[in-house]
Design a protein around this ligand. Structure first.
Ligand SMILES: NC(=O)c1ccc[n+]([C@@H]2O[C@H](COP(=O)([O-])OP(=O)(O)OC[C@H]3O[C@@H](n4cnc5c(N)ncnc54)[C@H](O)[C@@H]3O)[C@@H](O)[C@H]2O)c1
Length: 483
């Protein structure tokens, strides 16, 4: 363990700061850490925040960045860089380390590590999760922290994980230190995260509604007190769930609700296309019913990101594998499959347009990340489409100003700037960002007669569609059976 960091932590404690260890410097952990670093108590920083990541190449690099006053992950929210730099240079209250033993100094440990779901595409029955890895991390933390340290979990968990897996692991860890956990029960709370990647990334951690539950009353009380110190509870009161299973379910149901709504629109988009109807017009007319229908979704290329593509299945996994009860969840499971298949509509249209002969042709995909303005390429709908086109024999070019390397699909050649020196046979607007429509318009001269533009978001608009059609380019729009 670094002596220098130990001395800094001891000094911080003497100054009255609490030490918070944030485990996992990913998208969530970085926002949590930055927010805690800017939290004040009587005008001075309330916390010294230590980011702890894995002792591997990626983890070490993240910690290095943090120790140089740089964010360990990229975010389009400019306040992230500013807040971390201020914490490093001015407040001197952040550090990064790959040595978990540092957590013996922690008053609070916040778990922000990932818990991935593995399954083969096209089915939702055979699911697997490395809950053993998460459990081991919790046991390790228990073997290091002092009694009285609050452990909170912000990762999204399968139902039953806190009470059936994590609390016993925390107790086992404490027992390794010779602590009697009957007499001195450890403190564990589940405080799920709702951070929203994008321009308000940092603010969404504390200027938003937060919910939590403790494994016992003292854990819940301590978690409430901890959250109250950095969440704007005057405007966003906290929600205290009855137990950790309820809080786990709340997070999963919230994301599943969105996934099901998206899948619902997809089947009506298919119907509109088959029956010659403009679904956008239909939805706009329904959305006037405020309070019941005004949050209806619109068609799109697909659902991406790390959360909506898995969370419904975490509920099923938890119920079946951790608690041991049946969890049919037919709507939620079906939604995951429908959403996963959505990008294939673009593939099928392109394939059909070229009569199944894709080999030797090329496609330009505009937008690679899973959301406009967010530099996260995990589980993006563009990746599903790109793979299908590539496997069909097409060369794939991709443009997204937020990425310089596409980690998940390096077979694609990235288009460097807004001006193309390529002549694609197919163009797909993969994200609902008007900038992509403008790029398409600016590069019209690169499109040849007989090519196809697929617009899953209804972004092209009548004027541009007319210009494309005049050039002999076919335009296909999701949900627009009328064109
Ligand atoms: N990304 C989001 O917008 C979002 C929003 C709400 C909730 N969540 C949930 O939060 C959790 C984290 O998501 P993320 O997007 O930050 O993931 P991420 O993959 O970006 O980050 C996870 C980090 O944890 C580190 N890590 C993993 N195991 C570790 C261990 N044993 N010890 C130390 N470090 C370890 C990894 O190296 C990585 O840096 C997930 O459960 C996710 O579902 C994510």
């Amino acid at each position: 363990m670094s002596e220098e960091l130990e001395q800094r932590l001891e000094a911080a404690k003497k100054e009255g700061k609490e030490v918070v260890a944030v485990l996992g410097l990913g998208f969530v952990g970085t926002a949590v850490l930055a927010n805690l670093s800017r939290t004040l108590k009587e005008g001075a920083p309330a916390f010294f925040v230590v980011g702890v990541d894995r002792n591997d190449e990626v983890g070490r690099e993240k910690c290095c960045k943090l120790n140089e006053g740089e964010p360990p992950v990229y975010a389009s929210d400019p306040s992230l860089r500013r807040v971390i730099s201020q914490a490093h240079c001015e407040h001197k209250n952040i550090a990064g380390t790959v040595d978990p033993k540092i957590m013996k100094y922690a008053d609070v440990v916040v778990f922000c590590i990932n818990l991935d779901l593995d399954r083969e595409k096209g089915q939702t029955e055979r699911l697997s999760m490395d809950i053993g890895g998460y459990e081991a991390a919790m046991e390790m933390v228990g073997s290091v922290i002092k009694p009285g340290t609050l452990v909170t979990v912000e990762s999204t968990l399968p139902v039953g994980m806190c009470d059936k897996v994590l609390y016993p692991a925390l107790c086992r860890g404490q027992a390794k230190q010779g602590i009697d956990t009957e007499e001195n029960p450890p403190l564990l709370a589940f405080c799920y995260e709702r951070v929203m990647p994008g321009p308000d990334y940092l603010d969404s951690v504390n200027n938003y509604w937060r919910a939590f539950a403790g494994i016992n009353k003292e854990s819940a009380d301590r978690a409430e007190e901890f959250l109250s110190r950095f969440v704007n509870i005057a405007e966003y009161p906290l929600w205290r769930h009855k137990n950790t299973r309820a809080a786990e379910m709340a997070k999963l149901m919230e994301n599943s609700y969105r996934a099901v709504n998206i899948a619902f629109i997809e089947e009506w988009a298919d119907l509109a296309e088959a029956t010659g109807v403009d679904l956008f017009d239909v939805i706009a007319s329904i959305k006037v019913r405020k309070g019941t229908h005004d949050n209806m979704m619109l068609p799109g290329l697909g659902v991406g990101g790390y959360c909506l593509t898995k969370d419904a299945l975490l509920a099923a996994f938890g119920a079946e594998e951790i608690i041991g009860v049946d969890a049919p969840l037919p709507f939620s499971r079906r939604a995951i499959l429908t959403n996963e298949n959505m990008p294939m509509k673009a593939f099928n249209w392109i394939n059909c347009h070229f009569n199944g002969s894709l080999s030797g042709r090329s496609a330009a995909l505009l937008g690679v990340t899973y959301r406009p303005g967010v530099a996260d390429t995990r589980s993006s709908a563009t990746e599903i489409l790109a793979r299908a086109l590539f496997e069909g024999g097409m060369a794939v070019w991709a443009y997204d100003p937020l990425i310089s390397k596409w980690d998940e699909f390096d077979e694609a050649e990235l288009i460097a700037g807004k001006d193309w020196n390529i002549q694609p046979d197919a163009v797909v607007i993969c994200l609902p960002d008007p900038a992509y429509r403008d790029i398409l318009a600016a590069n019209l001269s690169n499109l040849r007669q007989g090519s196809i533009v697929v617009d899953p978001w209804n972004m092209v608009g009548d004027k541009l569609a007319e210009r494309l059609s005049d050039k002999g380019v076919t335009v296909k729009v999701y949900g627009r059976g009328d064109i």
